[in-house]
Design a protein around this ligand. Structure first.
Ligand code: 6CS
Length: 341
């Protein structure tokens, strides 16, 4: 009910695609799934700066950090309803709406070279022909797909083999495939919204969670954890979305400003995520010198890769016949990019 009131309040503000009367500034709302100072915040801040510069006096962008508008799934719904104009929508929380997007939650499908992943996510094959139409079918316009960093397990004990996961209560994001991804290692996966993870770790309701380094630092998960395990098994991918009715109704100059800004931000955000992830690992280690950091060897990673393979079948079953096609297309795309970059 409280959330419904929030929707009504947001929707009543002037943020339609209609041109603003001369001399007035229209507000575009941009909701992110992370807190201030995060990778998504850096994206939204730069989007705001560039949009306001391009559309001087006509448009102002307000950023809503995580915690101000609800969970990730609720934020996506607000874009769908047109109460919020732009948002981040991570595949980890989008699986119930767009089952195909859970491709990015499979383990060991990305390249070990993140430049390759960046190129593949922005490619015509994966972005435009692959996923944009699937978002459109669900009433969302996909503007960008970008990586935020390698996923890292934070645990109370060292993990080097799938057997180490036996019975481990692992917090996962809310997309259904993530349950299968960690069951494959023998874990006990527990889906939870982002905002509940710290408390659940502190109270021992969960033993472990998975997120990129920058998030582990800014959400203070490292305070309630003993080890950071780097398996390099998956990238944290997110998507930038808008409401198609809003975008299509904008005057051409404003639509162009959005398209140009979004295109420019791909390189910008790629550098930001690399910088944030490196700097924050150093920060956590200096604040908590006894924090264990384990980088799995090639052999250890291979054991996880083999254990993760049956989940690809689960993905195809969950998505239906097109799932096999999407998976094959993505793997081929990664291989091609690896040999050409
Ligand atoms: O774990 C999560 O739920 C969140 N993690 C990140 C890095 N961004 C947004 C997402 O909701």
């Amino acid at each position: 009910m409280a959330w419904l009131c929030l929707f009504t309040a947001l929707a009543s503000c002037n943020s339609s695609g209609r041109p603003a009367p001369a001399g007035t500034t229209v507000e575009w709302k941009f909701a992110i799934e992370e807190v201030q100072g995060s990778v998504q915040d850096a994206y939204a801040q730069e989007f705001k700066r560039r949009i306001e510069e391009r559309l001087r006096g006509r448009v102002g962008v307000t950023i809503y950090p995580y915690g101000t508008l609800g969970t990730s799934e609720q934020i996506t719904e607000l874009v769908h309803l047109g109460a919020v104009q732009f948002a981040m929508a991570s595949p980890g929380h989008l699986g119930r709406l767009i089952p195909e997007i859970q491709l990015f939650l499979l383990h060991f499908v990305f390249s070990d070279d993140n430049e390759v992943n960046k190129a593949v996510l922005g490619s015509d094959e994966v972005f435009a022909r692959g996923f944009a139409r699937l978002y459109e079918e669900k009433g969302l316009r996909l503007l960008s797909l970008y990586p935020e960093g390698w996923q890292v397990w934070t645990t109370r004990k060292p993990i080097r083999t799938p057997a180490d996961f036996a019975g481990l209560k692992m917090r996962v994001m809310t997309s259904p495939l993530l349950i299968e991804a960690y069951r494959a290692y023998g874990a006990n996966p527990t889906p939870l919204p982002y905002g509940e993870v710290y408390g659940a770790l502190q109270l021992g309701m969960i033993d472990a969670q998975v997120n990129p380094v920058f998030a582990i630092e800014e959400m203070n998960f490292y305070e309630v954890t003993d080890y950071l395990i780097f398996p390099k098994h998956a990238q944290f991918v997110t998507s930038v979305v808008t409401n198609p009715r809003f975008l299509d109704a904008l005057p051409p100059a404003e639509r162009r400003a959005v398209a140009e800004t979004v295109a420019e931000l791909n390189d910008y955000i790629f550098e930001v995520q690399a910088e944030y992830n490196a700097a924050r690992l150093a920060k956590m280690r200096s604040r908590k010198p006894d924090l264990g950091v384990i980088r799995l060897t090639a052999e250890e990673r291979e054991a996880f890769r083999v254990a993760s393979l049956p989940v690809r079948k689960e993905y195809v079953e969950l998505v239906g016949p097109s799932g096999r096609e999407i998976l094959d297309m993505f793997l081929a795309s990664v291989r091609r990019a690896e040999s050409s970059l």
